[in-house]
Design a protein around this ligand. Structure first.
Ligand code: CP
Length: 310
């Protein structure tokens, strides 16, 4: 069925397997369209979307904006640093003022976990979570899983390890939810201090030895150390982190197999991953970015179909 069970995209946990399948199939069609000489369809020319970014972004913001333009939607771009939020306006007041300009859908990135849910509960609009603090980044997880599926055919029983700062990563949590829904086996790997204590409740394995984790997996998703979200020092020094958890050519060469490498970006080259590995044929980092546009077109298109605009 070409329909979603949800009215917003707030958390991967809200989606069922059939929703994810619908998003992936719709993204397949849009991927074909955006590879044509004329990359645009008139599908959403009667829809207006506001992109509310209260936190920095390169990939997600541009990817949403391009997805909306490819669907012919009208767009409002809002940046918190130059808005009246600086004068004390609340999130709900800001959103309601934007909505009164006949906006149909809000895409929001916010530093506070739960901000997207809060907006969905307190306004009368469709909300897409573009990342809420350390909580979730559902569109990133969907584009990651789509890219893995594209490379491997299926996620069923595929072994995926997420490596790095799991504790502060919204990408990790959304990926765990999505990968498990699609039947993958999931492991997390990093320093003890950067693995949340509740992780076992999510049905994932934990490994602190990078080489063992890489020997186990088919796919490695490398995460950045999220220094902007760390209030204390979680490991002695970057040099020691790189020595224990940095992915380099030497480590990859020591494996007697090929593994697929992902990274959501932004990359800190020479810290969690070297340039040699990030730019190698086994890396699908730029495929992730390309697929992000098709996945976001699919999500916007499917949610716009559920809008009540009477
Ligand atoms: N992957 C990701 O969310 O990147 P940005 O922070 O640049 O949007």
């Amino acid at each position: 069925m070409n329909d979603l069970s949800v009215k917003h995209l707030l958390s991967i946990n809200d989606l069922n397997e059939s929703d994810i399948d619908t998003i992936f199939k719709t993204a397949d069609s849009f991927k074909e369209i955006i590879n044509r000489p004329i990359k645009k369809v008139p599908t959403l020319r009667d829809i207006t979307i506001a992109n509310l970014f209260f936190e920095n972004s390169t990939r997600t913001k541009l990817s949403f904006e391009l997805a909306e333009k490819r669907l012919s939607a009208d767009i409002l771009n809002f940046s918190a640093s130059s808005s009246s939020v600086k004068k004390g306006e609340t999130l709900v007041d800001t959103a309601n003022n934007i909505l009164s300009m006949k906006v149909d859908l809000i895409v929001m990135r916010h530093p506070n976990p739960g901000a997207a849910n809060y907006l969905a509960e307190n306004t009368n609009t469709c909300v897409i979570n573009a990342g809420d603090g350390t909580n979730e980044h559902p569109t990133q997880a969907l584009l990651d899983c789509y890219s893995i599926k594209e490379r491997h055919g299926s996620l069923k029983d595929l072994k995926v390890v997420i490596i790095g700062d799991i504790k502060h990563s919204r990408v990790a949590l959304s990926n765990i939810y999505a990968l498990k829904k699609l039947g993958a086996k999931v492991m997390v790997c990093g320093p003890t201090t950067l693995i949340p204590k509740f992780i076992h409740k999510l049905g994932v394995d934990v490994e602190h030895d990078l080489l063992k984790a890489l020997q186990w997996c088919d796919v490695a998703n490398m995460l950045r150390i999220q220094l902007e979200r760390q209030d204390i020092q979680y490991f002695p020094s970057i040099r020691e982190y790189v020595k224990q958890f940095g992915l380099n050519h030497e480590v990859i060469s020591s494996l007697n197999k090929k593994i697929t490498i992902l990274h959501p970006g932004p990359i800190n080259r020479g810290v969690e991953i070297t340039s040699e590995v990030a730019d190698s044929p086994n890396s699908i980092i730029l495929d992730q970015v390309e697929n992000g546009v098709a996945i976001r077109m699919a999500i916007i298109y499917l949610l716009a179909g559920k809008l009540n605009r009477a």
